[in-house]
Ligand binder design. Structure first.
Ligand code: SAH
Length: 234
């Protein structure tokens, strides 16, 4: 999978892609990430990427020309259409099923907004989908892009050694995860639940299912509503 991230702060990505699943995916050559400096697609001496908003108001808006040129150059380089995603609070809420869907694509181009956002013509005529990582406002799309890349990277087949461990996690079956314990069995008087030490795998499985269900019922009953399953959303 080829992921391109278009940003005005390419240096922000310097080390962040060198850890964990993203690093594994890149090492195994299952995912390539290219950081594209939006300023490379400006045509003036000052490499201007933003301008004042028409109609007035505070802040600046990312200009359409460099963003269009950047995406067009990626398309040309790859010799095929790109799936273009704009990170924005106005987008579809990112969830596990959207991560699954994106992980099946051959390529992904993520546009990171800054300031007040990007010129609407980018959204209307260049972008395939808009994605938000939550109902809050970040200062830049870079952080949101990293969330998307991390969630997607661990779903690419072959990245996680044991495929099953990804499938058993929160949201995959529409439930939150069950509690995990490791050694020691007694830590400061707090015991690991008996059943986990029993060696009875069927009983452990039932206990985990029950825990996941109870936790979901308590904290995220919305996930249990028919048709609201994480699998069915997006
Ligand atoms: N004026 C905009 C906020 C711009 S924040 C508004 O009120 O909606 C600057 C940039 O940060 C955005 O262009 C977007 O790329 C990114 N961003 C902010 N919050 C985000 C979120 N919840 N999800 C994804 N991207 C976000």
């Amino acid at each position: 999978m080829q992921i391109n991230i278009i940003t005005i702060f390419p240096d922000l990505f310097d080390r962040v892609l060198d850890f964990g699943m993203i690093q594994q995916a890149r090492k195994k050559d299952l995912m390539q990430v290219e950081i594209v400096d939006l300023r490379d697609f400006t045509e003036d001496k000052r490499r201007t990427v933003d301008d004042r908003p028409y109609g007035g108001g505070d802040g600046m808006v990312l200009k359409p020309e460099p963003i269009f040129l950047a995406v067009e150059s990626l398309k040309e380089k790859a010799g095929e259409p790109q799936h273009v995603v704009l990170l924005t609070p106005q987008g579809k809420l990112f969830n596990q099923s959207l991560a699954n869907r994106l992980s099946l694509r051959k390529n992904l181009t993520l546009i990171c907004g800054r300031y007040e956002g990007v010129d609407q013509r980018v959204t209307d005529h260049l972008v395939d989908e808009e994605v938000s990582i939550g109902d809050f406002v970040l200062s830049g799309g870079e952080y949101a892009a990293l969330v998307v890349v991390d969630a997607v990277s661990r779903l690419i087949p072959g990245v996680v050694a044991k495929g099953a461990s990804v499938l058993q996690e929160s949201f995959m079956d529409g439930l939150l995860d069950y509690p995990h314990y490791t050694r020691p069995p007694d830590f400061r008087g707090w015991q690991v639940p008996e059943v986990l030490l029993s060696g009875d795998h069927a009983e452990i499985e039932r206990w985990r299912e029950r825990q996941a269900l109870e936790l979901t019922r308590e904290r995220r009953p919305d996930l249990l509503k028919p048709g609201k399953n994480a699998k069915d959303r997006d």
